[in-house]
Ligand binder design. Structure first.
Ligand SMILES: [Ca+2]
Length: 230
């Protein structure tokens, strides 16, 4: 077999072993805030990538209420959560399980989805002009009563006909299921409704060959050829 063809086939076979549409590995998660950070890990950002429908992340909320349980000031009026992959991927779908049960009102209603090609936090680009809208997460009590609502309210899928390349994806949360709109709704008495919450997110896609990797493959191939031709 011609050596150049052989090396080319070798490179192609390396690319071909990448599984199609597999779940993308998330190596880091960043959030604007965590409710109870430092004292209570119950609402950790890591709950969103643990695959457990019973655990969720909550932001710190915004505003304050005099008296009652919420006497301290909360300052997160622009909640976000960002996911960082272990490389560059062509994403073909995102599955989102919104916050559910008694905390479903704090689930996300509308969000902007942004992508980063570098994962360096300085090149976020919005995926569309209009925000995405999510429905309220499942409510176990209602599910028992209504049965079929479970399926209707399971993970909500966003599919991309043309896969989107990214190393990181960020959700800018614009409003909650309580219809608290960040930056618009009044501060007083709204802390409870301004806690943004999310249960689980998974991304599916295929690894994108890195330019560096491709160059190394080519260089390796050349070195191999040179050695063999001596
Ligand atoms: Ca979870």
């Amino acid at each position: 077999m011609n050596r150049i063809v052989f090396v080319g086939l070798l490179a192609l076979s390396v690319l071909a072993v990448s599984p199609a549409g597999a779940q993308i590995s998330i190596v880091d998660v960043d959030v604007s805030s965590e409710l109870g950070l430092g004292g209570n890990p119950t609402f950790s950002k890591w709950n969103v990538v643990d695959g457990n429908p019973d655990t969720f992340w909550m932001s710190d909320g915004y505003g304050y209420v005099d008296g009652g349980d919420w006497i301290d000031r909360h300052d997160d009026n622009a909640p976000y959560i960002a996911f960082y992959f272990d490389g560059l991927y062509a994403i073909d779908r995102i599955d989102i399980t919104n916050c559910q049960a008694e905390d479903g009102g704090r689930g996300i209603r509308s969000l902007n989805i942004l992508i980063s090609l570098t994962g360096n936090d300085d090149d976020w680009v919005s995926l569309s002009d209009d925000p995405h809208t999510l429905v309220k997460g499942i409510n176990e009590m209602w599910t028992e009563q209504k049965g079929t609502w479970w399926e209707a309210w399971g993970p909500q899928t966003i599919e991309f006909e043309i896969p989107v390349e990214a190393r990181a994806v960020k959700f800018d949360i614009l409003s909650t299921q309580y219809n608290y709109i960040f930056g618009v709704s009044p501060i007083e008495g709204w802390v409870n409704a301004s806690l943004a919450a999310l249960t689980d997110v998974t991304f599916s896609g295929t690894p994108v060959p890195e330019p560096v990797t491709m160059s190394l493959l080519a260089l390796g191939g050349l070195a191999l050829l040179r050695r063999h031709s001596r």
